[in-house]
Design a protein around this ligand. Structure first.
Ligand code: FES
Length: 507
C-alpha cells in the first residue's frame, strides 16, 4: 500500500542539504526539520542569530509532510474544556494566539513570497445526531466568551444533512510541505546551516554549553531547541504528552468537492476537506485516531475512513492513504518553552492534531525566549506548568496504560510459529529458541529480525501493518522493520537479531 501523503511529491522540490560531516559551533541548535524547526530557523535568521538545524531524515519527512494541511482556531481539546480547566484569561490567550498564528503564517508566506496555495476558508464543526447538540451549543458559548467569530447554523455546504453546525470564520488551508520548502529555500546561504540525514544521538550540558553528538561529529551550542514533536531522550514531558496515530485518505468523487473545512463530533472525530493536486480535485477524509502501538491491524483504519467517506459522498476511487503521529497533552494544551530540566533547552510538544498552527506559534514564542523577549502567549503554553486538576484523568489513564502494556508484553505468551510462515507485509513477535524476536517480512519477501525491546525505556514494540513499522506503545517511538529509528523519543535503533529462515523452495 502506498502510504505517502498527497503532499509528499512536493518534498522533491525542497532544497537538498548535506549530512553533518564536521564538528561545528553555533548559538542555537535546532533539532528537527518540520514546520516548527524551519520557522524557528527563519525567525532566528531574520534576527541575525546563527543557528544549525539538524534533521534526522529529510525536511518535512515527519508529521508536517503527512498532515492534512488545515489551519483552524478551534482546538482539538475544545474550548469548553479549556475554559473550565484554565479559566477565561488562558482561554482568551489560546483563542487569540491561534488566530494570530494563522495570520503569522499568512504574513510569512507573503513576505517570503512562498507559493503554497494558502487560502482562507470557513470551518464547520457539525453535530450528526441530536444528542450532540448540547455539546455543540456549549462550544458556541465558550468560544463566544473569548470573542472568536462563531455562529450556530443549520446551513452547511455539504451534500448530506447535519443536525446543526458551529461556523468558525477566517480559517485556512495551505500546502505545508510547499510552505517549509519555501522557508528552506530562504535559508540556503543564510545564518542557518541545515543538515539532513543528521540524527542527534547524545546531548550534554556543562557550564552553559551543550555538546551534542550527531553522525559521529560534535555540535557545540549555547542553546538547543527540540523541535521533534516530543523531546528526545528522557524528559518528564513524555509522561504528560501521549502519542497517537491519525489516518487520512484522499478520494476522487462524483460532483464537486466541498470548499471549506468540516469536522464532526464523534470520538475520535472525522474531518473533511478538499484539495487540488496535479489538476485533479480530491476529497480528504481523516480521523480514526488511536494510541500508537495499541492497534496492530492499523490498515483497518483506512477501511473505516473509506466506508465513512462512501456513506457521505459518491466516491469513485480512493487514491491516497497515509497516517501520521502526533502527541496529545494531559491537560489539552501544548507545552512550549523551556524544558523542565534546563533554561537553555527549549521544547514544543503536545500539539494534538493542531501542529500546523502550534508549530509556527511555538516558533514565535521560542525565538522570543531565545532573544530574551517576553511573549504574551507564553503563559498559555508554559512548558513547566503543573495542572493537576486538568491533567489528572489523562495522566493516570495514559501512564497506567503504558505500565499495563509493558507488563503484558514482558510476561505474555507470544507465537511459537516459525518466521517462514510470515506473509509479505506481515510482522510478529515470535518466540525463537526461548527469546522474543520482532520478525517482519517486506513486500519482496525479505525477512528482518530485531529485538522487540524499545531503546528508549525498554517497553516492547508492536507491529503497525499499515506503515510496516514497529511502534512503541509507551512514548511513541517508531522503528522501521530493519530496526532504524523513524520517530523519537528513541535515538538508537532496535538491536538486530540473527535468525534462520528456510527459503521458499526448500519448504
Ligand atoms: Fe519510551 Fe519506547 S518510546 S519505551
Amino acid at each position: 500500500m502506498n502510504t505517502d501523503s498527497i503532499w509528499k511529491e512536493e518534498s522533491g522540490k525542497c532544497p537538498v542539504f548535506k549530512p553533518l560531516e564536521r564538528d561545528i559551533e553555533t548559538e542555537v541548535l535546532i533539532i528537527g526539520g518540520g514546520i516548527t524547526g524551519l520557522t524557528i530557523a527563519t525567525l532566528l535568521n531574520d534576527a541575525g542569530i546563527h543557528s544549525v538545524l539538524a534533521e534526522a531524515s529529510h525536511i518535512g519527512n515527519g508529521t508536517t509532510g503527512m498532515s492534512s494541511c488545515h489551519l483552524t482556531t478551534q482546538i482539538d481539546a475544545q474550548y469548553r474544556k479549556i475554559y473550565k480547566d484554565f479559566g477565561e484569561k488562558i482561554t482568551e490567550l489560546v483563542a487569540r494566539s491561534r488566530a494570530e498564528g494563522i495570520d503569522f503564517i499568512e504574513q510569512l508566506i507573503k513576505s517570503k513570497n512562498i507559493n503554497c496555495d494558502f487560502k482562507r476558508v470557513t470551518g464547520y464543526q457539525y453535530a450528526d445526531r441530536p444528542e450532540q447538540i448540547a455539546d455543540l451549543e456549549a462550544e458556541y458559548r465558550y468560544a463566544g466568551y473569548v470573542d472568536l467569530p462563531v455562529e450556530l447554523t443549520d446551513n452547511i455546504d455539504l451534500p448530506f444533512s447535519v443536525t446543526k453546525a458551529l461556523k468558525f470564520g477566517n480559517q485556512a488551508v495551505f500546502n505545508a510541505q510547499s510552505f517549509i520548502n519555501g522557508l528552506a529555500e530562504h535559508l540556503v546561504n543564510s545564518k542557518c546551516e541545515i543538515f539532513e540525514n543528521t540524527r542527534v544521538t547524545d546531548i550534554r550540558e556543562d557550564r552553559g554549553i551543550f555538546t551534542v553528538s550527531a553522525n559521529g561529529k560534535i555540535i557545540r551550542a549555547l542553546k538547543v531547541v527540540m523541535a521533534t514533536h516530543i523531546p528526545l531522550f528522557f524528559n518528564v514531558l513524555q509522561t504528560l504528552a501521549f502519542p497517537y496515530m491519525s489516518y487520512v485518505i484522499a478520494a476522487t468523487i462524483e460532483g464537486d468537492t466541498p470548499g471549506n473545512l468540516y469536522w464532526d463530533m464523534d470520538e475520535p472525530y472525522h474531518y473533511i476537506r478538499s484539495t487540488e493536486f496535479n489538476g485533479r480535485k480530491y476529497l480528504i477524509v481523516g480521523g480514526a485516531d488511536h494510541k500508537v502501538g495499541h492497534v496492530e491491524e492499523t490498515s483497518k483504519r483506512f477501511t473505516e475512513l473509506e466506508s465513512y467517506a462512501r456513506k457521505k459522498f459518491n466516491v469513485k476511487s480512493v487514491d491516497f492513504k497515509w497516517s501520521a503521529e502526533f502527541f496529545e497533552s494531559a491537560d489539552g494544551l501544548p507545552f512550549i518553552g523551556e524544558s523542565p530540566f534546563s533554561k537553555k533547552l527549549y521544547v514544543a510538544t503536545g500539539f494534538a492534531g493542531d501542529g500546523l498552527v502550534y508549530g509556527p506559534l511555538a516558533a514565535l514564542i521560542i525565538s522570543d525566549l531565545i532573544q530574551g523577549k517576553t511573549n504574551r502567549y507564553y503563559d498559555a503554553y508554559d512548558s513547566t506548568r503543573i495542572t493537576i486538576a486538568a491533567s489528572m484523568a489523562d495522566f493516570f489513564k495514559e501512564n497506567i496504560d503504558n505500565v499495563r502494556s509493558l507488563v503484558a508484553d514482558k510476561f505474555g505468551n507470544v507465537s511459537e510459529q516459525s518466521p517462514d510462515h510470515l506473509e509479505p507485509g506481515e510482522g510478529k513477535i515470535l518466540n525463537l529458541n526461548g527469546e522474543k524476536v520482532a520478525v517482519a517480512k517486506d513486500a519482496n519477501g525479505e525477512v528482518y529480525a530485531v529485538s522487540p525491546v524499545c531503546t528508549h525505556l525498554k517497553c516492547n514494540v508492536h507491529y503497525n501493518n499499515a506503515e510496516q513499522t514497529w511502534d512503541c506503545p509507551c512514548h511513541g517511538s517508531r522503528f522501521s522493520i530493519d530496526g532504524s529509528v523513524v520517530y523519537g523519543p528513541a535515538v538508537d535503533p532496535l538491536e538486530k537479531k540473527e535468525i534462520v529462515v528456510v527459503a521458499e523452495d526448500k519448504k
